[in-house]
Design a binder for this molecule. Structure first.
Ligand SMILES: *[C@@H]1O[C@H](CO)[C@@H](O)[C@H](O)[C@H]1NC(C)=O
Ligand SMILES: *[C@@H]1O[C@H](CO)[C@@H](O)[C@H](O)[C@H]1NC(C)=O
Ligand SMILES: *[C@@H]1O[C@H](CO)[C@@H](O)[C@H](O)[C@H]1NC(C)=O
Ligand SMILES: *[C@@H]1O[C@H](CO)[C@@H](O)[C@H](O)[C@H]1NC(C)=O
Ligand SMILES: *[C@@H]1O[C@H](CO)[C@@H](O)[C@H](O)[C@H]1NC(C)=O
Ligand SMILES: *[C@@H]1O[C@H](CO)[C@@H](O)[C@H](O)[C@H]1NC(C)=O
Ligand SMILES: *[C@@H]1O[C@H](CO)[C@@H](O)[C@H](O)[C@H]1NC(C)=O
Ligand SMILES: *[C@@H]1O[C@H](CO)[C@@H](O)[C@H](O)[C@H]1NC(C)=O
Length: 490
């Protein structure tokens, strides 16, 4: 079995076409970055008042469906006491579009009913929340190198919340559409609209979560999904003049936020981490990366030459080893949650494609014509992509939604400098200046708190997928985010 080539491309329309990360042997799509060459340039004028793609969401009957979704046991799973569910929510019955979810209730079944609901969205666009988020980052299990057995992740986020993983949009992971032309229509707006319909229907299926505190978290391209879905929630709550969904906060990590500053931050990160020459960096600083600007030939030229300069490194964690041998082993290798195996994606690929696993988790019930992939092979076009999500983030802050933005500081894909520059654009006022936070006697990272519900947190030594590389620090982060408490100062 081979994971098909996932093109991994760098940020921004400009770098997009020129910096392709190659991986040895069979290509490694540990990827959370599959950029589609959007036909049109990203839209820079966002009219957020029109960010609603439906008048009245459908309300299919969800009664009795919850019990059918219970996952009694994942194949190869060690015993646990919390409940797991998996299944489909129909988004549009006419075209036959359905989204797959995997839900893990809180570990401590005694307190699960008092803990909030947290939705995790993976990036891409086109990557799987189940295969990357749940199985490689913050879910309760990781897959062994035999591609069959699971072992526990003691830093799973369902220690502090009931965690819902959604494969979105249709065409990603096990989510599908019976109308393949649907795959040509996906983009930011449709994803946000479908995700909103999903949540409404999911809450009908799990009514005990209806008034529960709700948080949305995600990384990478979910920097778009998360605030856009949150915007839809705030919009519909206001329109109905009642709390339909009790959204309390959003948490985004190594996220695409604002193209122009994301690109500048990327160049500075590459330069300051000795991945490109300071000469290139100086020249690139004279380029205008605004989405409205015409990029000069000289800028194009430098970027073209950058193509191979950084070499074959793990761009998601610039000091981490590559996966050099993704072959399965008959006996699982010795593992450690604290030492992420860079070949994990191969084990997950193998596991989620096992018919016995798919049956156990109620996935692929319609026998899709393609295999499960960590990042979609069927989505090849992205209809709309806004050049910034800052207006959404500002709107959320104004509406009292807690906004935490975090960054693993050795990610070279969506680097910490990009996020810092993007936050600066918002012209926010500092409440508590930059300081270290601690976990187990060591600096876990740095934090800066701003007025009006905004917090910026770095996670020291973590790559793009923060909970993969620093699971303990990531758990501190999410615990304090949910509690609304400051990260420990010692
Ligand atoms: C389902 O999709 C079709 C085709 O895009 C659309 O015309 C219809 O309005 C959708 N139905 C609902 C209930 O959203
Ligand atoms: C898609 O088509 C299959 C086969 O006809 C059907 O069983 C399934 O319910 C359809 N999916 C949706 C969401 O309508
Ligand atoms: C919204 O609801 C509140 C009470 O829940 C009520 O006082 C207020 O008049 C309502 N506003 C509108 C515009 O209906
Ligand atoms: C970049 O280009 C945009 C659009 O043409 C323009 O508005 C902006 O002023 C330019 N920025 C700089 C620093 O030249
Ligand atoms: C991985 O498996 C392939 C095909 O079975 C084999 O050709 C290759 O040598 C293996 N790689 C390593 C490093 O063992
Ligand atoms: C779904 O099942 C079919 C038939 O078993 C298989 O060929 C296909 O790879 C599976 N697709 C996914 C997405 O799991
Ligand atoms: C969050 O923002 C709202 C609205 O600006 C404000 O009333 C509230 O005090 C803020 N909360 C915090 C913790 O800053
Ligand atoms: C930034 O905020 C300060 C203080 O709130 C304000 O005086 C200034 O005009 C703002 N600048 C911009 C560019 O919005």
């Amino acid at each position: 079995m081979e994971i098909k080539k996932t093109q991994i491309l760098l940020l921004s329309a400009l770098l997009l076409s020129s910096l392709v990360l190659k991986t040895p042997g069979k290509s490694c799509s540990e990827a959370d970055y599959q950029f589609f060459k959007a036909k049109s340039k990203p839209v820079s004028n966002i009219d957020i008042s029109h960010f609603t793609a439906f008048k009245k969401p459908p309300e299919p009957i969800q009664e009795g469906l919850k019990e059918k979704d219970i996952i009694h046991k994942l194949p190869g799973q060690p015993p646990v006491s919390f409940k797991q569910y998996g299944g489909y929510i129909t988004i549009n019955a006419t075209v036959g579009r359905a989204l797959y979810y995997y839900f893990t209730e809180a570990q401590d079944t005694m307190v699960a009913k008092d803990l909030p609901l947290l939705l995790w969205l993976a990036g891409g666009p086109g990557c799987s929340s189940l295969g990357i988020g749940a199985m490689q980052e913050l879910g309760p299990f990781r897959v062994g190198s035999d591609g069959k057995t699971l072992y526990k992740n003691q830093y799973a986020w369902n220690h502090v919340a009931n965690v819902l993983f959604l494969e979105s949009p249709a065409g990603v992971g096990f989510s599908y559409s019976n109308t393949t032309s649907d795959f040509m229509k996906v983009g930011d707006r449709k994803t946000a609209a479908d995700n909103y319909i999903f949540i409404l229907n999911w809450l009908e299926r799990f009514p005990e979560y209806k008034n529960r505190d709700f948080y949305i978290a995600g990384e990478s391209y979910a920097g778009h999904y998360v605030p856009q879905l949150a915007h839809n929630i705030v919009y519909h709550n206001k329109k109905a003049n009642r709390t339909i969904i009790n959204l309390k906060g959003i948490l985004v990590g190594n996220a695409l936020i604002n193209d122009e500053t994301d690109t500048l931050g990327l160049i500075d990160y590459f330069a300051s981490h000795a991945l490109i020459s300071s000469e290139s960096s100086r020249k690139l600083h004279n380029c205008n990366f605004s989405s409205n600007a015409e990029t000069s030939d000289e800028c194009h030229d430098i970027v073209k030459k950058l193509k191979n300069v950084a070499g074959n490194i793990n761009i998601y964690n610039i000091y981490y080893p590559l996966c050099l041998d993704g072959n399965l082993t008959s006996i699982p290798k010795r593992f450690s949650i604290m030492e992420f195996d860079p070949c994990t994606v191969y084990y997950v690929y193998s596991y989620l494609n096992l018919p016995v696993v798919q049956e156990a988790i109620h996935a692929n019930v319609t026998k899709l014509y393609y295999d499960w992939q960590p990042c979609s092979e069927v989505l090849k076009h992205w209809e709309d992509r806004s050049s910034t999500v800052l207006p959404f983030i500002q709107e959320l802050m104004e509406n009292g939604v807690r906004v935490w933005i975090f960054s693993g500081d050795v990610d070279g894909r969506m680097p910490v400098t990009s996020t810092q520059y993007s936050i600066e654009v918002m012209n926010v006022t500092t409440l508590n200046p930059w300081h270290a936070w601690y976990r187990d006697g060591e600096v876990g990272g740095y934090v800066q708190e701003y007025r009006d519900n905004l917090t910026f947190v770095t996670v020291r030594g973590a790559g793009h997928e923060v909970p993969s590389y620093k699971p303990d620090r990531a758990l501190s982060l999410v615990s304090n985010f949910i509690a609304g408490t400051p990260l420990p100062k010692q």
